[in-house]
Design a binder for this molecule. Structure first.
Ligand code: ATP
Ligand code: MG
Length: 235
């Protein structure tokens, strides 16, 4: 029960293109794992497969000890897509009430979730009038509906200023401290240091994995940007 996600020799095609090549990885439970890689490297495709939305050509994916796409996983995974969607013409509270109505098991009430992401004071505000950071927190809140043990967050901090990004990362750490597992994609390398462990994808293959400290040691570089440039150069 110590692995949240396990992919074994995963091959995925989209259209005519082979996107993931024999990809294997493990995400331990209760950690924040960063999924990093250049644009087009396959981060979103991998996340879609883990959530059960992407057809796979061959290989296996186990999520919380069940095969990916199992019905039993539906309320246990929170997923926010790359262009996270909340309903602009509903209030924050109504957005969460809408999502909560889709689940039979809800660990927390919509108000409790809004409190967790510090949006209680905005609960009757239309989502369309939120600031960028508030909107990002509401999108995160929608992933907390149900009883998720695993959060799959596709570029959740994109477009946010550095201060808001730090605030959002604090929230991710709070959720991990509650025992949730987070898989967070980013192509902002300075976010790598906020993750306990990292997977670097390139062209649909795992280029490197380990803790930020291990990857620094392996490359002899200190800045994360340089770590990755060095790993790409050595591949
Ligand atoms: N429906 C599709 N048909 C063909 N190719 C596709 C399709 N969807 C995605 N791709 C290709 O798959 C590759 C991986 O895309 P993916 O969205 O997984 O990358 P990503 O790492 O998430 O990139 P980004 O950082 O830009 O979000 C890209 O080259 C993309 O053009
Ligand atoms: Mg993507």
């Amino acid at each position: 029960m110590s692995t949240a996600i396990e992919c074994l020799q995963l091959n995925i095609r989209r259209g005519k293109n082979q996107i993931l090549h024999d990809l294997s990885l493990q995400v331990p439970r209760g950690v924040i794992m960063g999924l990093l890689g250049p644009s087009g490297s396959g981060k979103t495709t991998l996340m879609r497969a883990i959530v059960g939305l992407q057809k796979i050509e061959s290989g296996e994916i186990h999520v919380l000890d069940l095969p990916a796409a199992s019905k039993g996983l539906r309320h246990m995974i929170g997923y926010s897509t790359q262009s996270a969607s909340v309903y602009s013409d509903l209030t924050c509270l109504q957005n969460l009430q809408y999502f909560a109505a889709l689940y039979s098991v809800n660990e927390k009430t919509p108000e409790e979730i809004l409190a967790d992401v510090d949006l209680i004071k905005n609960k009757h505000q239309l989502a369309g009038s939120l600031s960028g950071g508030e909107r990002a927190r509401l999108a995160l809140a929608t992933t907390l509906v149900g009883s998720p043990q695993l959060l799959i967050l596709d570029e959740p901090t994109v477009g946010l200023d550095p201060v808001l990004r730090v605030q959002l990362w604090e929230l991710f750490h709070k959720l991990a401290a509650q025992g949730k597992t987070l898989l967070v994609s980013s192509h902002v390398m300075d976010e790598a240091d906020s993750c306990q462990t990292l997977i670097l994808l390139r062209d649909g293959r795992v280029l490197a994995e380990g803790t930020p400290a291990q990857l620094r040691e392996k490359t002899g570089e200190s800045r994360m940007d340089d770590v990755f440039i060095s790993l790409i150069g050595a591949a």
